[in-house]
Write a new protein. Structure first.
Length: 280
């Protein structure tokens, strides 16, 4: 008798648990669908990440926030930026804020940066530059390919680093800024990335491959259900040319509001400063 009551109670608990599991999900295959949602995505992670930049081109544009953390000799500084980027025209605009000086003073005004194929334009950058003038830098002359120099990594260049993915693994599913994403972790090779990149980034990434301490770039990247990058974090390493000290750089780029207007207009020739820029 006791065994019969125990059997009925166990059967009842099992039945209730089954109803709770499938309520609102449909009686057929509720457990299986949950397993699919939590399991790894289809596709080889290396191949998925090598084509992640293409999804940004399809999206057209987005807003972006950037963070560049540099550490050397026990000193750490963080530079932050915010703006928009057009992935089809390869044009972007950022407002970049430098850190406070060691005394705690606010110091620098925000630097306005325009990102363009082969060039970086900066306003409020460089001592002695008139307030209404832009400084133009040829990114082909930068040993880091402008992945670090501007205080922010060009969002499309950041994405195209992934074209050189040599190893990657799916970490799990999570959220970034309210969006459901897939988290991957891996390593990219800058030389391979430069060879596979679009024409505008081939030169800069090739320069970075030669200028950084190593061509290997560890990264974490988060893709949404449409394959678009929502967040990417690279870890670069280079040697300070003056002090010959190793510098570790963590560059984080957050992308959101895809399709946002990104009307970026480059300066006219007469608005570009032709004089010498003093070091600050």
């Amino acid at each position: 008798m006791a065994r019969g009551r125990q059997h009925r109670r166990t059967h009842g608990v099992t039945a209730v648990a089954g109803v709770v599991c499938c309520l609102g999900l449909g009686a057929a295959g509720c457990a299986r669908s949950d397993a699919v949602a939590q399991g790894p995505p289809a596709g080889d992670p290396v191949q998925v990440l090598r084509t992640a930049a293409d999804a940004l081109v399809e999206a057209g544009s987005s807003q972006t926030r950037t963070s560049l953390e540099m550490a050397t000799g026990g000193t750490r500084v963080t530079i932050r930026g915010e703006g928009v980027y057009d992935y089809r025209k390869r044009l972007g605009r950022l407002e970049v804020r430098l850190p406070q000086d060691p005394a705690g003073a606010a110091g620098h005004r925000p630097i306005t940066e325009l990102l363009a194929p082969g060039a970086l334009y900066m306003k409020n950058r460089g001592a002695g530059v008139p307030a209404d003038k832009w400084v133009r830098v040829d990114t082909a002359t930068l040993s880091d390919g402008n992945l670090v120099t501007g205080g922010a990594t060009d969002p499309f260049a950041a994405a195209e680093v992934l074209r050189g993915t040599s190893a990657a693994a799916f970490v799990g599913r999570t959220e970034v800024a309210g969006a459901r994403v897939r988290h991957y972790r891996g390593t990219a090779d800058l030389e391979a990335a430069s060879q596979a990149a679009s024409e505008v980034n081939r030169g800069p990434l090739g320069a970075a491959a030669k200028g950084f301490a190593t061509v290997r770039v560890p990264f974490d990247v988060y893709l949404d259900d449409e394959g678009r990058i929502r967040k990417i974090r690279h870890r670069f390493s280079f040697v300070n040319g003056e002090r010959q000290e190793p510098v570790a750089v963590a560059s984080t780029t957050l992308l959101y509001d895809f399709g946002a207007p990104a009307d970026v207009r480059l300066p006219e020739d007469e608005d570009i400063y032709a004089g010498r820029v003093a070091q600050e």
